[in-house]
Each structure stands twice: as C-alpha cells, then as structure tokens.
Design a binder for this molecule. Sequence first.
Ligand code: TMP
Ligand code: MG
Length: 297
Amino acid sequence: ALAIWHQLTKYEIPELSKSSVLMRDRKRVEEIIQSMHRAGPSALQVISDFDMTLTRFAHNGKRCPTSHNILDNSKLISEDCKKSLKELLNTYYPIEIDSSRTVEEKLPHMVEWWTKAHNLLIQQKIRKDLLAQVVKESDAMLREGYKEFFDQLQEHNVPLLIFSAGVGDVLEEVIRQNDIFHSNVRVFSNYMDFDENGILRAFKGQLIHTYNKREGALLNAGHFQELQDRHNVLLLGDSIGDLTMADGVQNVENVLKIGYLNDKVEERKESYLASYDIVLEKDETMDVPNALVRLIT
Ligand code: TMP
Ligand code: MG
C-alpha cells in the first residue's frame, strides 16, 4: 500500500517536485498528507499568516507592500512621518529576520517597532473612509493562485483563519477587493479604533507582533473551541514567529507547516528546514498549498 501511495504522491502532487520546494523529511510529509487525506475536509482547518505569506514578497523584481506598508506609502501619511516609518523599518526589520538572534532577544525590539509605528499612524489622524481607496491605489498583491486557494476552502467548508501582525482593517480591504472574503474566513489582527468622526485614535486589544502569535492564539481559545473537531491543521507562514499560530488548537492530530522563505535565503534556510515541514524558497505562488488542499478535500 505504501508503494502505491508513493506512486500516487508522485502522480498527484507534482508541485512537490518543484525546485523551490525543500523538505527536511519528505517521507514524514507524505505520511502527514496521507493521514489528512484519509480524514478529509471535515477534519481540516487552515491557519495562515497574511503579509508575505498570502501576499507576494516581490513582483517583477520589486518588493510588494505589507499591510503596514500600504498605509506608509499612501497619501494619508505626511512626508515627515513617511521618513520616520522608513527609519523604523530600516532599524527593526533586519532584527526581525536576523537568524543569529533568538526570539527572546528579538521580542522587546518587535514591541518597540509596533508601538512606535502605531503611534506614528495615530498622529496622522487617518480617516476610515479613505482606507478602501488607499488599498485600491496600492501595489498590494496576493500570491499567484490565491483565488483557487480561497475558493477551494470555501467550497469545502474548510475554515481559514488569517492570523496577522499587520493591520486588520487594511488586510480585510485587500481580501474584500479581491472578492475572496468568503464566509469561512476569520481574521485575528491589529484593528484600528476610530472616534465618532471616523478618525484613527488607537489600536484595539492586545498588540500582535511577529513573535507573540502564541499568546494571541491562546487569547482566542473560543475560536478554536468552535473548531475542535478539526484535528488537522495546514499552517502557512513566512516567519519563524508564525510557527506558533496553531498553539491554540485543541486535540491536534496533524499540523503540516508550510513556510515561505522569501528573504535572506541562504542564511535562514537551515533554520526554516528545521522548523517547517515544507519550505518554499523564493516561490511567489500558492501552487503547493493549492495542490495539498486539492488532494485533502
Ligand atoms: P505578519 O505577521 O502578518 O506577516 O505581519 C507582520 C509584518 O509587517 C512583519 O513582517 C513586519 C511588517 N511591518 C511593516 O512592514 N511595517 C511596520 O511598521 C510594522 C510594525 C511591521
Ligand atoms: Mg508574514
């Protein structure tokens, strides 16, 4: 039976043979997929990061914006403020992706980055009614194959949790404008709090940054309680911090972790291979997630 399965996977998942696909333990990956396939769509849930996971890292050699960058680059922000936000990015992004520092070392820097960036945004008195237009005018781009991904999950009633340290209002607008904000989609993120005139005055709730998603997951126990019959998790991320997004899931049977390795590829390959089951190196498509969802559902 195993021999047949091997033939089947080769036959049915040619995407896993793409040169961008790296695996520490291919056999283990195949076993997990096989088990998820047997359990079917009713046992599946998908948890995905947003920025640089569902959206592209680059297109035609040019970097694509994160949900924060969509605001930062927009007409809602003054030139002075753009400069300050850029300085923050230049200071803290290298720390975020530095493979020589531990997550513990990075934590205080991430809190500092998000806090400073949010305070700058608040000072700009951003208007809620202009967000849709700003997203429309931005270079935001979902990965190739995004529509099949969202549509397949909707069609098979598989819940999709988008778990993002970006800006919830902005990312919701991105998925709305791409016509994929289906009823099976839930979002955990940093949401803006507007005053009675529709002007940004704060961010709501507990701050989510790249490396505290575990706490975020545990705070939202109720969501995972509702999905407690879904023992199989497909997890998609691009940061080492995304690995903890499924920590709130109850009675987990299998978690298949797919990691997009977008930047500093050579430096980070080893650590990504050690912690993600499937690593997608400089792959701007949803080909592999789509193939897996197609097989499981
Ligand atoms: P994610 O966890 O949903 O991918 O979102 C976090 C990304 O947002 C992370 O890679 C850093 C990025 N970011 C900005 O681009 N600008 C900012 O001001 C902040 C605070 C984060
Ligand atoms: Mg990300």
